[in-house]
Design a protein around this ligand. Structure first.
Ligand code: UDP
Length: 254
């Protein structure tokens, strides 16, 4: 078999050269890291679930007109995406206080916020992804004021839509992280949603019990990581063909 060229290897994904010009293959690993790589493990089946969940959410978002890099899922662990120029920012939206916001501002986890709050972090591992403001972003040219405006508008739409979608599945969308890219089509550039949307980068709590169904199970050593991610897939009405170790007969694939 012909070896594929690796374009980039990150903590949870590998990007390979795509099958057509302007495309890239995004491969979902089972690796999990937290604290900027300080904590590491392999969680069997996580990549399969994230591939499927992210495919589903990106497709639903495309359905309401949110442009994304997603083209199609290729197999259990891979999806074809459009090649974009990644904007070096993590855009975090919060509906409920948790994680670093609770720590930094002393707000008890689980406190509903008066309104959704958007934060930006500069994507730079050696600096630990520092918190930055719109001033930094435009002054240092990481994104133009127009790019930022497009990102904020998309982020608000994504939050509104996903909050409702998850609520319908009995899940509270506490917070999540988005990444955006510049997609060039001839001489025109559009900002599109990139990366992935999965329990690796969302906080998802059961509406009734507040049970955590996301990566905090790994970060906080709560156990049951794959079970939680499977539960999210199940509630969304999607399940991958088979998650290793979970071959319990036929499952529905939409
Ligand atoms: N997040 C992410 N990648 C990061 C940092 C945060 O996907 O490098 C997500 C995280 O899963 C959560 C949200 O962004 O849903 C807010 O994370 P927070 O700032 O509270 O950081 P944490 O407590 O995870 O360090």
């Amino acid at each position: 078999m012909k070896r594929r060229r690796v374009i980039y290897e990150g903590k949870a994904k590998i990007l390979y050269e795509g099958t057509e010009p302007g495309t890239v293959i995004q491969y979902f690993k089972d690796d999990a890291t937290a604290g900027n790589g300080a904590k590491k493990d392999t969680i069997e089946g996580k990549g399969v679930l994230n591939n499927r969940i992210s495919e589903y959410l990106m497709t639903q978002l495309q359905g309401i007109g949110v442009p994304t890099h997603f083209v199609r899922r290729l197999n259990m662990r891979e999806q074809l995406i459009k090649e974009v120029e990644i904007i070096p920012l993590e855009v975090v939206v919060r509906n409920v206080a948790a994680g670093s916001m609770s720590k930094r501002l002393g707000i008890e986890e689980g406190t509903a916020l008066p309104r959704s709050i958007i934060e930006y972090y500069y994507k730079n591992d050696s600096l630990n992804d520092p918190w930055v403001s719109e001033e930094h972003i435009t002054a240092f040219g990481w994104a133009s004021p127009q790019d930022l405006d497009d990102m904020v508008n998309l982020t608000i739409r994504v939050n509104d839509f996903l909050s409702g979608l998850f609520l319908g599945a009995g899940i509270k969308l506490v917070d999540f992280k988005l990444e955006f890219g510049r997609l060039w089509e001839n001489d025109f550039m559009r900002i599109v949603l990139a990366d992935e949307i999965s329990p690796d980068n969302c906080r998802l709590w059961d509406v009734q019990t507040n049970e955590k169904l996301d990566k905090d199970r790994f970060r906080r050593d709560l156990g049951g990581v794959v079970e939680a991610y499977s539960e999210v897939a199940k509630r969304l009405g999607i399940m991958p063909e088979s998650v290793q170790g979970e071959n319990k007969g036929p499952v529905l694939v939409q």
